[in-house]
Design a protein around this ligand. Sequence first.
Ligand code: 1CP
Length: 341
Amino acid sequence: MVKKLLSVLKGEPQSPPPVWLMRQAGRYLPEYRALRANAPDFVAYCLNPELATEVTLQPVRRFHLDAAILFADILLVPHALGQKLWFAEGEGPRLDPLEDAAAIAALRYDPAKLAPVMQTIRNVRAAMAADANMANAALIGFAGSPWTVATYMIEGKGGTDHEKIRALAWREPQTFARLMDVLVDATSQYLIAQAEAGAEALQLFESWAATVPAGLFEAAVLNPTARIVANVKAKHPDLPIIGFPRGAGSWLTRYAEATGVNGIGVDQMTDIAAVKVPARVALQGNLDPVLLLQGGDAMRAEAKRLIEAMKGKPFIFNLGHGVMQPTPPDHVAELVAAIRS
Ligand code: 1CP
């Protein structure tokens, strides 16, 4: 039997649609918090195959979702490029920012640093295949897209308007292009290794597409993403790839046409039924995470509206962004039940 998620990514509509949630593993689950309490170093936690396997499986076991998403982080690529990365408690990620062209030229991708991620993928596939409740879930691998990862590498943290990287891209286009090249190459290698370890689909998170000025969108988003997709497909032509350019708004059609992805993640600001993409391209989204936080009738009504609006099209039910930390796990169970009824 073809797994539901994979069949939609081939362009075949399914009713009810497959469902998974961005950030489905994480602090909103008590069983996640219990494991995380004993693993204060977040990078080491992501690179511990036993812990990462368990955390990947937790939401799939609890909610019988149609996909697992590998437990890792988009900032593991800068880590493997030799940039210092740490997570300050309660503050999110910190990196030693790249200050100049010399710092970019010194980056070297060391795939051995991410070998534990491949072990996690093998463990998750084996555990899901052995459990009848999880055997129909597909394992999604992922990476950040170059622009989004580069914002952290240049700014040194999240939560900015990305003025430093925008200034760099306008002022020194060749240095910026060099950084995109380094990230295209490392990310392609990383995703190909994930495919070889057993990832059944891949997602590219372009979480900060909204801060890319229109004049840089081609160089910062479309071109690097298209090159990664082409590199992965050269080795694994049938492996589906989902792109999630959050906040890309009017660029979505161009993104679908220019990058060659099989699916597009849509944020909650966008009218998903009105997004124009080639018929083979699946759309994924886009319930407001606040509705999941809130639960109840409003959540169920909006889920129903989305499913009806996407009827007959290749559609994957998801949120418009990640699960919010204070979300009660029972609301996820209610949402999954509503989608399947
Ligand atoms: O202490 C903790 O437990 C930290 C919370 C956390 C978690 C659970 C971080 C720190 N990363 C993760 C795991 C993670 N990150 C996953 C796998 C889990 C899943 O989806 O179920 C994934 C896919 C990511 C991807 C990720 N990391 C993105 C893209 C998705 C998105 O949310 O837009 C981004 C932007 C990051 C950077 C990052 N890592 C962690 C935080 C808090 C952040 C965001 C920082 C910021 O606001 O800029």
